[in-house]
Design a protein around this ligand. Structure first.
Ligand SMILES: [Zn+2]
Ligand SMILES: [Zn+2]
Length: 263
């Protein structure tokens, strides 16, 4: 099993169409520094997608993924659900059936307001926080975070690994911190660099690193990276800054594949 990072950018993506800053110049020059909006695929006997960002179709094409067996949603913000229309076409035209989908009740209700009923093509199961759902070979659990109402992070676990994916969160609730202590991999929101414009809903790079250190996780991966806002930071500068953590702090990037079995 592996976790495939389809996208690792915050709401704006990198490069941004309206910007010529050093971060965007770096991304224009080298494809490895481009960040599409956040999504990961749990790839194993089945393919489970977490979130459907606006680039979902091009992300799946890029990685040659032809099958989605289930969909998990962290929350209903634009950068995580704007690609649902592409999955609707997949369900109706190719599967000719419904995609199993898992989300909080808040997320479902918010989506019903923006998208109308999706019952025709999504087979929705409401999940409660901290209630593990058993899938083939591993379990997945919704984790409480601080973001919009009903937002989840997800913990994937079995006997050989414990990995948490939390792309959007501010300060983590205590019950979630208790679950994340000393886990193998924590993939965490690091939206801002320097100043935090939304301190209750997102982390800065440094705040994310502090959380990883506090929880003593084996490896921290920063995702939902903007590289923009008050201060622009290039990937090359960030890589130099995190080098002092000797590999315990890493930048996620589009196309990264993280082996899950036997970490
Ligand atoms: Zn820029
Ligand atoms: Zn987001």
């Amino acid at each position: 099993m592996e976790l495939l990072f389809l996208g690792t950018g915050a709401g704006n993506g990198v490069p941004v169409f309206y910007c010529d800053c050093p971060v965007c110049v770096e991304a224009h020059a080298s494809a490895q520094f481009r960040r599409t909006r956040c999504s990961v695929l749990i790839a194993g006997a089945n393919n489970y997608l977490i979130d459907a960002p606006p680039e979902i179709s091009s992300q799946l094409l890029r990685e040659k993924i032809k099958r989605i067996d289930g969909l998990f949603l962290t929350h209903s913000h634009h950068d995580h659900v704007s690609g649902l229309g592409d999955l609707e076409i997949y369900a109706k035209f190719h599967l000719k059936g419904r995609i199993p989908a898992f989300m909080s009740r808040d997320t479902m209700e918010q989506l019903e307001q923006s998208h109308g009923s999706m019952a025709e093509w999504l087979d929705i199961t409401i999940i409660e926080p901290e209630q593990p759902l058993c899938l083939s070979g591993f379990s997945i659990t919704g984790l409480r975070v601080s973001h919009s109402p009903g937002t989840f992070g997800f913990l994937m676990a079995n006997k050989s690994f414990k990995v948490a994916y939390i792309p959007d969160t501010g300060p983590l609730p205590d019950q979630t911190k208790a679950i994340l202590k000393e886990i193998d991999r924590l993939i965490l929101d690091a939206t801002f660099y320097g100043e935090n414009w939304y301190p209750n809903q997102h982390h800065t790079v440094q705040q994310a690193i502090d959380v990883g250190c506090e929880l003593n996780v084996k490896k921290l991966y920063l995702t939902h990276l903007s590289m923009h806002y008050s201060e622009q930071v290039t990937n090359q500068r960030l890589e130099r800054e995190i080098a002092k953590y000797d590999g315990r702090v890493n930048l996620a990037y589009d196309g990264l594949r993280m082996t899950l079995s036997g970490i």
